[in-house]
Design a protein around this ligand. Structure first.
Ligand code: 13P
Ligand code: SF4
Length: 346
């Protein structure tokens, strides 16, 4: 497993503490600055469900989008704004740049990475692929531009199952990277022939089946919603397994009044909006002796801050760049992903 370095933890802690300590006035002032700058810069805000509530709020109030990584890519691709302000993690900004090279892509921070991306260096991954030239290479969107450029297909968790089924219909054998948990889930659902890269998400990997079952004893009527980046022992006891947008839909549609959620707690903003009468509980991550009961928050998503958004829009800082040759190669599997979703009308 990849360890997050201390600096990222400290930054996350400071960012969360900082947002919590902000007075409503200072929050409102910063929000007003971002709104003004979005108009001045012909920019639109594209935010992920895991970003802080205030950023999701801002995206909604300014005609931007709050969504999963697939819809973020689609929205940025179709929107007419000349600048996209992407709040999320680095691969989301890179995807936007690859799909729309003519646009300026800004991010509140370029330090927001992802353990799946870190755990899949292109040289090693490429060498692994070279050993199996007969296999189709399918990579998760949570990867660098260079890894995407080495792939035949890019998928997100909302379409991974469908794409793999489609490739199985064509009798293709696969290399899957980098998330081993999502890969195992898909393999178990489809029976596909997949060689797996050994990567994982440091947030989802921490959910514990034992803690969840203990919590279910206290809330016997609760349904368990699980993102498939979680370990198999957690996926096995889920009532619903799905991408962020699929889990939000389930939270709304299921009859259960209480929901235990095994994914980043940033998702509660949208779940509460869609189902205000329901109770949402974070799935436990801490084992015996742990200092926190649940640490279900991505340290890199937490780095998205209002001040940084103001600075980025005002100064044009944190612009995402992808080397042109790489971008050209990575565009093919990304466009394949978008075309697949249009044809399958996801
Ligand atoms: P989604 O594709 O479901 O938005 O997930 C992205 C992610 O990083 C999950 O940890
Ligand atoms: Fe990456 Fe996990 Fe954070 Fe998602 S939650 S961005 S997979 S580290």
């Amino acid at each position: 497993m990849i360890l997050v370095n201390d600096r990222v933890f400290v930054q996350q802690h400071l960012a969360t503490e900082h947002l919590e300590k902000m007075t409503p006035q200072s929050k409102d002032e910063l929000k007003a600055d971002v709104k003004r700058l979005l108009i001045e810069q012909d920019a639109v805000l594209v935010a992920h469900y895991y970003t802080p509530d205030v950023i999701q709020e801002l995206a909604e109030e300014t005609g931007g989008c709050v969504s999963d990584s697939l819809q973020m890519a689609r929205f940025g691709n179709q929107h007419s704004a000349s600048t996209l302000l992407v709040a999320g993690v680095r691969f989301m900004g890179e995807t936007a740049k690859i799909l729309t090279p003519q646009k300026r892509i800004l991010m509140p921070t370029l330090e927001a990475t992802c353990s799946l991306d870190i755990g899949c260096p292109v040289d090693e991954f490429s060498a692994f692929c070279d050993q199996h030239p007969d296999r189709t290479v399918v990579v998760y969107a949570n990867t660098s531009a260079a890894v995407k450029a080495r792939a035949d297909w890019v998928v997100t968790s909302s379409i991974a199952l469908d794409v793999v089924e489609h490739l199985m219909d064509r009798s293709e054998k696969l290399i899957w990277g980098p998330d081993k948990h999502l890969g195992s889930y898909i393999q178990q659902q489809t029976g596909a022939d997949m060689l797996m890269w050994n990567g994982s998400c440091i947030v989802h990997e921490e959910f514990k089946a034992k803690g969840i079952l203990d919590l279910k004893r206290v809330y016997p009527d609760a349904a368990l919603l699980v993102h498939p980046e979680s370990p198999a022992s957690v996926v096995e006891i889920a009532d619903v397994v799905g991408s962020t947008s699929q889990l939000i839909r389930a939270a709304h549609e299921l009859p259960n009044k209480t929901l235990i959620v095994a994914t980043d707690r940033g998702i509660f903003y949208k779940m509460r909006q869609k189902a205000p009468e329901k109770q949402f509980l974070e799935a436990p991550t801490g084992g015996m002796g742990a200092t926190c009961r649940s640490c279900a928050h991505c340290p890199w998503m937490a780095l998205n801050e209002l001040e940084a958004m103001v600075e980025s829009l005002r100064d044009g800082s944190n612009e995402v760049q992808v080397e042109a040759g790489l971008a050209k190669r990575a565009m093919l599997p990304l466009e394949r992903m978008l075309d697949f979703t249009v044809n399958a009308s996801h």
